[in-house]
Design a protein around this ligand. Structure first.
Ligand code: APR
Length: 232
């Protein structure tokens, strides 16, 4: 892999599974006991803000009990050492990439440790529980909500992500089921521009077909091995 210069890496819930955070599409189809539609849509927020806020309060509190694993650490080491362009695009709302030290990182689905003002759009770093109707320190309105991209909302920084993929020589997908667009379609853009495409996942994903190569196994083993190959 030593003819490569620009790399885009997409990560999903699978990269944080070995840190102890639940993936979304478990065998029971529930996310921590809830249907995604009940906690992860604008309609759910409008219908029962208390439930949605409590759900994300629990996920935010859980971050204090978990730590980055070898996969997050390997990607941070790659980020620090890679001389070309590199972008880690995560669908995860946890903070394990940044706690491992990754810097070139986009949270396309938002972040647990951020609150978003639904009135003025200001994002505010947040570590405590977030009661519904909390006041925005920008516009003063009682409209703070979890800074999570719900189903039906536009993911963050799509233009920057698209530009990076169009410049990439290598696109890697790690620990994602390929069930949710637009992230699930990134591999097709990467193929279209002639990038090499590699998937690292525990099980074959919905999009495995699109990748030049799929390696199956736990991220904590596959990611450090890939990083060693890239940094020789
Ligand atoms: N190592 C590698 N892959 C793993 C591991 C592991 N230890 N454990 C699980 N996986 C894989 C599973 O096989 C599965 O394919 O991770 C994938 C997780 O898939 P999902 O639970 O669907 O998570 P993700 O793809 O990140 O979901 C995308 O859906 O609900 C929305 O917005 C939410 O960002 C999320 C999006």
């Amino acid at each position: 892999m030593n003819d490569l210069r620009n790399i885009v890496i997409l990560t999903g819930a699978g990269i944080s599974a070995e840190s102890g955070l639940a993936t979304f599409r478990g065998p029971d189809g529930l996310w921590e006991g809830h249907r995604v539609e009940d906690v992860c849509t604008p309609e759910a927020l409008a219908r029962d803000a208390g439930l949605v806020h409590r759900f994300y309060d629990e996920r935010r509190a859980k971050l204090a009990e978990v730590a980055p694993n070898a996969a997050h650490e390997a990607l941070a080491a790659l980020d620090a050492a890679w001389p070309g362009d590199l972008l880690i695009v995560t669908q995860n709302v946890d903070d394990l990439h940044e706690r491992a030290g990754a810097r070139r990182l986009i949270h396309m689905h938002g972040e647990l440790k951020s609150a978003l003002c639904a009135a003025c759009g200001k994002a505010i770093g947040w570590v405590d529980p977030l009661p519904p109707a909390s006041l925005c320190d920008g516009c003063g309105k009682p409209r703070l909500r979890p800074d999570i991209v719900f189903f039906g909302e536009m993911p963050y920084e799509m233009e920057a992500i698209d530009a990076a993929i169009r410049d990439a020589d290598l696109f890697v997908s790690i620990g994602t089921s390929g069930a949710v667009y637009p992230a699930a379609g990134f591999v097709q853009t990467a193929r279209h521009v002639g990038a090499r495409t590699l998937e690292l996942n525990l099980d074959p994903s919905a999009g495995s077909f699109y990748f030049d190569e799929t390696r199956l196994g736990p991220a904590s083993e596959l990611v450090p091995a890939m990083v060693r190959e890239l940094l020789v």
